[in-house]
Design a protein around this ligand. Structure first.
Ligand SMILES: Nc1ncnc2c1ncn2[C@@H]1O[C@H](COP(=O)(O)OP(=O)(O)OP(=O)(O)O)[C@@H](O)[C@H]1O
Length: 406
């Protein structure tokens, strides 16, 4: 063990984390895996700000579902842009307003002024007077601003068409002014733009940047980046990361949401720490999933509707998962365990086709996940996994098996 490792072990105490903050939502990584395209597009859209500042008021709209990196992309983009602006002797400020918190025109304009740091009184002025005062301030200081209006759909719904019009089309009234305000709008939902008049709508849609939900391989890279920054080396295996990415990946039936994937990683690490474990296991991930996705609690209710053989089969799946210590197990191994369990309980096991039907039922009830194996397996087989913590699930199943047998 090198000195560095010894120091790490001593420094580690009982935690697997070396820097837990990296997993908190406000952390902005220096590099964003799989958002290169969106960042490049934004750079193109905002290029006039560097080459011919003040010539146009630039706006872009970022659209995509939950946790697909819209906010963090806007932040990384603005960080890069500020650096480039500095190199070009342009004084560029960045303002990020969350319209879920600040929904009215007054609140949004106040927040912009506060973040720019302009000495403008916020009381006694109308939003219009405030914004004009801000424009004069920027003019005096030769400053430019990129304003991100995050969760902009809330603003549209609450403040309405006129407020949106006023905010983003101010320069229509002052066509000769140097254009110092530029906008990035962020929304999960594009249909809400239908609430605006058609000119304002097309004004906003000039530059659209789309964000698709993340696939397994993409989440894998995002999680590996966070793991390396947050955890001591050797405490979280690649298999554990893959398990989380599989659970959340849109191509595996997940939401493709990076936020919940990172949250699962955080809670899995915390579960390992709670138990004083040296490494994060798949079972810690299952516990984390149960916390992040409380819908798995629903499974306990569903169990009441299962018949004896479905319960025995589920028990066999749990036993095989535990025994193999793998994220997924083959149906053949499960069937073998099922026959063994039936023998122990003194009941006649069901035939293969019936077992297969049970597996399908359990899958439709979303108690288990099942898929046909791809590369890496000889022949094709069905692979089964369970995302709920196994120990409490097995205890509950044992109780129900006892009840059914009585
Ligand atoms: N490509 C990426 N690389 C690294 N981290 C990412 C990436 N995409 C998203 N994240 C992280 O995932 C979390 C969610 O991302 P973000 O808040 O940007 O999503 P969003 O699309 O704005 O979601 P919402 O609409 O729910 O606010 C953040 O912690 C962010 O840092």
């Amino acid at each position: 063990m090198g000195n560095e490792n010894i120091n790490e072990s001593i420094g580690r105490g009982i935690s697997v984390f070396k820097n837990i903050e990296v997993l908190y939502p406000e952390y902005v990584p220096s590099y964003l895996p799989h958002r290169e395209l969106q960042l490049r597009l934004l750079e193109q859209i905002f290029k006039p700000l560097l080459t011919d500042p003040g010539s146009v008021s630039i706006r872009a709209m970022l659209i995509g579902g939950v946790g697909v990196g819209k906010t963090v992309t806007a932040r990384v983009f603005s960080r890069n842009m500020k650096k480039l602006a500095l190199e070009n002797n342009i004084d560029l400020k960045y303002v990020h307003v969350n319209c879920h918190r600040d929904r009215t025109l007054y609140e949004v304009v106040s927040e912009i002024i506060r973040q720019v740091g302009a000495p403008i009184p916020l009381r006694g002025l109308s939003p219009r007077e405030m914004l004009l005062a801000l424009l004069s301030h920027l003019e005096r200081h030769k400053q430019y601003v990129i304003i991100t209006l995050d969760e902009f759909d809330y603003f549209i719904r609450t403040a309405g068409n006129d407020a949106v019009y006023f905010l983003i089309r101010l320069y229509d009234e002052y066509p000769d002014a140097v254009k110092r305000l530029n906008y990035i709008f962020i929304s999960r939902d594009i249909t809400v733009l239908g609430m605006l008049d058609s000119t304002t709508e097309s004004y906003m849609l000039k530059h659209l940047v789309k964000f698709e939900p993340y696939k397994l391989v993409e989440l894998y890279d995002i999680l590996i980046q966070r793991r390396d920054l947050a955890f001591y080396e050797g405490t979280v295996d690649n298999d554990v990361i893959k398990y989380i990415a599989e659970h959340e990946g849109v191509d595996r039936g997940g939401e493709g949401n990076a936020r919940s994937a990172i949250e699962v990683l955080l809670h899995a690490g915390m579960a390992a720490d709670n138990e004083g474990a040296q490494r994060v296991s798949i079972e810690h991930v299952r516990k984390a999933i149960a916390i992040i996705h409380p819908d798995v609690v629903r499974i306990s209710d569903e169990l009441n509707n299962l018949d004896l053989h479905e319960l025995l089969l589920l028990k066999a799946i749990i036993r095989t998962l535990k025994e193999k210590n793998m994220p997924e197990v083959k149906i053949g191994d499960v069937e073998e365990e099922y026959r063994y369990i039936c023998q122990q309980y003194g009941v006649e096991p069901r035939k293969h086709t019936q077992v297969y039907e049970y597996i399908n039922n359990l899958k439709h009830m979303e108690i288990i996940q099942a898929r046909v194996s791809g590369k890496g397996y000889r022949g094709r087989t069905t692979l089964i996994k369970i995302s709920t913590p196994l120990d409490p699930l097995e205890r509950r199943i044992d109780e129900l098996i006892e009840k059914r047998r009585k």
